[in-house]
Design a protein around this ligand. Structure first.
Ligand SMILES: Cc1c[n+]2nc(N)[nH]c2nc1OC(C)C
Length: 315
């Protein structure tokens, strides 16, 4: 088989296996097989540098550390969410939506991951930029660090151009291992997975970020084309493209259904492999989102139900 064809075949396989492992959480081959193929691809790209390309799975850990992060301006501001803290406030919020629209719309309820909001720009199916939310208008270019997260594909299986919004986070087990290691080295511990993820993504050397086992869930897309007509469709679409989307979301018609979903996760929260700090509720249809619009800093068509702060058991 011609070398270039072998390289393309290896890339396809590694992207497929990466998707099964990091997105579906259902690998079809043992890690040893994945590593064997990756090593073969690294060898070929070393012997034939002209066959190396920026979106190859071997290019996840960047080159030399940066001196500083470049500032980026978000084409579409990354807004913050309004909060509700009780069933009464949720029922009130749903009531206002139904009054504004004149009928009760479909809602999407999803987990609110306790990590760092980031934006991923894809052009013709290739990841071209990753940035922090910053103040919502101006963030920092952390492309090198976000490329180290395997749940973020460098190359989509469609040549689409759009922006993906989501949460970069550190799974609970990675957080525990990281703090065990820091304790062993006498280094200060991270207070929680959110701080650990933020600290990792602020590293100027992407090799350090790569060692932190970060993860990612997409929770929305921004596009000028009419790729999809509703938020729940956008999540299914992002998953089909190979981007990690949490499958824990659901659609609800009433405040009671929303509250049932919230109560499910109040109990299930402690057994999830990552931390969540609430539930995000959104009106599903983009047309209705447009009709409802925004306040100065938040969408009127979305709200976060925040869990009560967990009593810290001081032992
Ligand atoms: C700030 C934010 C955070 N989160 N988290 C999720 N799961 N969805 C979501 N959506 C957000 O904002 C959109 C409503 C634009």
């Amino acid at each position: 088989m011609e070398m270039a064809e072998r390289v393309e075949a290896l890339r396809q396989k590694l992207n497929q296996y990466g998707y099964e492992y990091y997105v579906l959480d259902r690998p079809s081959v043992p890690d040893a097989e994945y590593d064997r193929l990756m090593n073969e691809l690294i060898e070929i790209e070393t012997d034939y540098p002209e066959l190396r390309s920026p979106d190859s799975p071997t290019q996840r850990v960047g080159g030399a550390p940066l001196d500083a992060f470049v500032k980026v301006t978000h084409d579409t501001p990354m807004l913050s969410l309004g909060n509700v803290f009780s069933k009464e406030e949720l029922v009130e919020w749903v009531g206002r939506i139904e009054k504004d629209l004149g009928y009760s719309p479909l809602f999407v309820a999803e987990l609110k991951f306790d990590g760092l909001a980031v934006s991923l720009k894809y052009e013709a199916g290739r990841l071209v930029r990753g940035a922090t939310r910053g103040d919502g208008t101006t963030g920092e270019d952390i492309t090198q660090n976000l490329k180290t997260i395997r749940a973020i594909p460098l190359r989509l299986n469609e040549d689409v151009t759009f922006e993906v919004r989501g949460e970069a986070y550190m799974p609970k087990r990675s957080f525990e291992h990281l703090n065990d290691e820091r304790e062993r080295l006498g280094e200060p511990l991270f207070a929680n997975p959110r701080n650990a993820a933020a600290g990792s993504l602020r590293q100027l050397d992407s090799k350090i970020a790569a060692a932190r086992n970060l993860a990612f869930f997409a929770y929305g897309l921004v596009s000028t084309d009419d790729l999809v007509a509703s938020h729940d469709e956008s999540l299914a679409y992002l998953g089909r493209l190979g981007i990690a989307v949490s499958q824990e979301y659901t659609t609800c018609q009433t405040a009671d259904e929303l509250w049932d979903y919230i109560e499910t996760y109040v109990t299930r929260r402690s057994e999830l492999p990552y931390e969540i700090d609430g539930i995000v509720i959104k009106v599903a249809a983009y047309e209705e989102q447009e009709q409802l619009g925004f306040t100065a800093k938040s969408p009127r068509w979305a709200v976060a139900y925040k869990f009560p702060a967990e009593e810290v058991v001081t032992t």
